[in-house]
Design a binder for this molecule. Structure first.
Ligand code: ZN
Ligand code: ZN
Length: 369
């Protein structure tokens, strides 16, 4: 149920000119009262979120100034990061029995639905595939050979030699995270990063698997079948879920594979979006006298009426003879740009005829004379 947003100062029950200490004390008092693990209040979790958000804004001088000036519009989308960054739970809840460790931090993660630092799924990969114009026209499956990392078969992705197992990482106590606390002035800053010893896995491997050297993954080649949609656009990315890199720990989901589609160069046609272009050569006599010629299209042939006196570079459009738009919508057009073939070798008879044509042409006034 959507709750009417209340003014942040009202939420924390402080005046608009309250100083940082007053705000912190108010937050602490309310956080204890509505702590979902101990509160008997109805809607304790909703209240807790509300006060956490109010505190995230009001304890940050810049955000507080933005909020004072423009209200909620000044602080759009307060993120879970805002609620965590720089919060020192020891300091906030110290001496009250749930100040440190997994207590309130675990709670924040739970109610704001977010884990930090350690990756929880494999990497995404991108590969390229070239498709023919016929594939763009009709769609269908392409086989793509890829080499990508996959969970090591010898150790099931654990990285530990058969018969041994990974141990909890001593450096981070299995959390996969490194928490460093430092002082800036009189403010304690907590920074959370990926554990450098175990790279976020939370485990160390005393006896590495010989097949993968403890990495838990091996590179192997395989063939993927990818469905190419009709009218696929040049540069389009198709997502194949779960075919990226393996998850960082056994059981974690793999990343996704993105297949970027390129149109393969084609000697017959040039693709421009859904349209096709081609230079169409015709005989000099057809250009002069006009004719109906048969031209090849992508999926057949078509008759084109060349009018008498057709000039080079003239463009003819064949409606609907291009490529389909994505999903099989209306088709683009085929454009033919005229090229006129000048004969290089003439038979004796042709030679005589061209001589006569020249004599006739010299006998008549030329255009522009
Ligand atoms: Zn292995
Ligand atoms: Zn570690």
């Amino acid at each position: 149920m959507a709750r009417q947003r209340r003014d942040y100062y009202e939420v924390l029950g402080v005046s608009r000119d309250a100083d940082a200490k007053t705000i912190k004390n108010a937050f602490r008092k309310l956080a204890l009262r509505y702590h979902p693990d101990r509160s008997q209040e109805p809607d304790a979790e909703e209240h807790f979120k509300e006060i956490a958000e109010a505190y995230a804004v009001l304890r940050d001088p810049q955000k507080r100034a933005d909020y004072d000036a423009r209200g909620f519009a000044g602080v759009p989308g307060v993120s879970p990061e805002d609620l965590f960054t720089g919060l020192d739970f020891d300091d906030l809840f110290g001496g009250l029995g749930f100040g440190s460790g997994a207590g309130p931090e675990g709670l924040f993660e739970r109610i704001f639905g977010r884990r930090r630092a350690a990756p929880t799924r494999g990497d995404d990969f991108e590969i390229w595939v070239e498709v023919s114009l016929e594939r763009v026209l009709r769609g269908g499956e392409e086989s793509i050979r890829t080499e990508r990392p996959r969970p090591c078969a010898a150790c099931g992705g654990s990285g530990a030699k058969a018969g041994t197992s990974a141990r909890r990482c001593a450096a981070c106590n299995g959390t996969g995270q490194r928490v460093t606390t430092r002082m800036r002035g009189d403010i304690r800053l907590q920074q959370i990063s990926t554990c450098p010893t175990c790279h976020g896995r939370g485990e160390s491997i005393p006896d590495p698997c010989p097949a993968c050297a403890g990495r838990g993954e091996t590179r192997s080649e395989d063939t993927l079948r990818v469905r190419i949609p009709v009218g696929v656009e040049d540069g389009m990315r198709l997502r194949i879920p779960g075919k990226g890199g393996p998850g960082p720990r056994p059981g974690d989901p793999a990343g996704d594979l993105y297949v970027s589609v390129r149109t393969a160069p084609d000697p017959r046609f040039e693709r421009r979006g859904a349209d096709l272009w081609r230079e169409q050569s015709i005989e000099l006599t057809d250009a002069v006298l006009g004719n109906t010629i048969e031209v090849a299209t992508l999926d057949g042939s078509a008759s084109v009426q060349i009018p008498a006196g057709a000039q080079p570079d003239r463009v003819f459009r064949l409606r609907g003879k291009g490529l389909p738009t994505l999903g099989g919508g209306a088709r683009g057009h085929l454009y033919l740009k005229l090229r006129v073939r000048i004969p290089e070798h003439l038979s004796r008879e042709e030679q005589q005829l061209y001589e006569r044509l020249r004599a006739l042409a010299h006998g008549r006034p030329r255009r522009g004379d």
